[in-house]
Design a binder for this molecule. Structure first.
Ligand code: FAD
Length: 333
């Protein structure tokens, strides 16, 4: 009897889930470990009372055939729908898609039937005594795998790899950098003054994005998402939560009016958007027939689609190195 090679995927954002889905579909034994209580990473749909708000990614675009195929299936099954064809007049005509009840729907759908464990942070990675890899969790549990696919932000991945990776790979990971984003979610007692389709891309002084989640079709009550541009986010980063909330709400007054929100909450996205990216869709940190491969939106394109494609490409790189699931006997004790 042969046991399929096992792969540990670290991170249940869209990159990790796309990778896990592809590898599981090919017959590998795949486990996804996610440090948060919920899956999705930056596909983050939150509930504030009765309001539903997209906190991280607001929509996704499709430029490549691989995601086009999946997006068509999502739309046919009601997982996703088109929101609009642009936020400025005249529109550019390119569809902006959303998860039907929030962006996290995409992650939920990809995770169906996968072995995903949440509230499990991988804190260390080391070589196994009999080959493969041993990942240690924040609860002191160890997880074994023949191959590891890492999708956290590059600084976290660097910490996990320590000296395991080649100097070239470590250098490539160190070169990646991110811009932060401060965000505010606010539930209102009347609709904000945001024209159809309910989202505004602004010049970022300081607001870069404001959206009406009710007009978007995911919230039963008026609720806005406000994102602050990288420069102002950096300037305001060290403010207390109360100070940052009031600075963001003051900047949003032209759209939300002078009444105080019913509920407001602040988000700090430290690694919101890759600024310096790795040019390829994945990076092989440790070569060989038991590889460690890195993926995520910092590899290739800094958006939902880029993360998805990176996950797929990294899964292909893992499979190429492990060999087909049933092609070599790998008894594991
Ligand atoms: C505010 C904001 C707005 C955005 N707007 C858009 C948009 O409108 N359109 C668009 O296309 N893109 C947008 N993006 C970018 C988009 O969200 C990302 O490109 C994409 O979701 C990244 O997916 P990922 O899987 O690479 O990373 P992530 O979603 O960050 O997933 C990585 C996962 O790894 C987990 N993790 C980290 N460390 C560990 C560990 N040690 N152990 C276990 N798990 C770990 C994290 O919890 C996370 O779930 C936005 C991002 C932000 C923050």
């Amino acid at each position: 009897m042969t046991t399929p090679s096992s792969v540990l995927v670290v991170g249940a954002g869209i990159a990790g889930l796309a990778a896990a889905r592809k590898l599981a579909g090919e017959g590998y034994q795949v486990r996804v470990a996610e440090r948060s209580e919920v899956i999705g990473g930056r596909l983050a749909t939150r509930r504030l009372g009765t309001a539903v708000v997209d906190d991280g990614a607001q929509f996704f675009t499709v430029r490549h055939a691989e995601l086009e195929e999946v997006a068509a299936r999502w739309i046919a099954r009601g997982v996703s729908r088109e929101w609009c064809r642009g936020f400025r007049q005249p529109t550019d005509g390119h569809p902006r898609y959303v998860g039907s009840s929030g962006m996290a729907d995409l992650a939920e759908d990809l995770a169906t039937e996968l072995d995903v464990v949440t509230s499990v942070r991988i804190d260390a990675l080391s070589a196994g005594a009999r080959g493969g890899w041993v990942a240690r969790t924040d609860q002191g549990v160890t997880l074994d795998a023949d191959a590891v696919l890492l999708t956290p932000p590059a600084p976290v991945t660097l910490g996990l790899l320590g000296k395991l990776a080649s100097p070239e790979a470590l250098g490539a990971l160190r070169a990646i950098s991110y811009a932060p984003t401060l965000g505010v979610l606010a539930v209102l007692d009347e609709p904000p003054a945001i024209p159809p389709p309910g989202g505004l891309q602004l010049d970022g002084d300081p607001i870069s994005w404001i959206a009406d989640n009710q007009a978007k079709g995911i919230s039963p009550v008026p609720a806005v998402t406000v994102h602050i541009a990288p420069k102002a986010s950096t300037q305001w980063w060290d403010l207390s939560a109360d100070e940052a909330l009031s600075a963001v709400l003051d900047a949003a007054r032209p759209w939300i009016g002078l009444r105080e929100p019913l509920v407001a909450s602040l988000s700090r996205w430290t690694h919101a958007a890759p600024e310096v990216l790795h040019p390829q869709r994945y990076l092989v940190a440790v070569e060989g027939d038991q590889p460690v491969v890195c993926a995520g939106d910092a590899f290739g394109e800094p958006r939902v689609e880029g993360a998805y494609l990176s996950g797929l490409a990294a899964a292909g790189a893992v499979a190429d190195r492990l060999g087909r699931p049933d092609s070599r006997p790998r008894p594991r004790s």
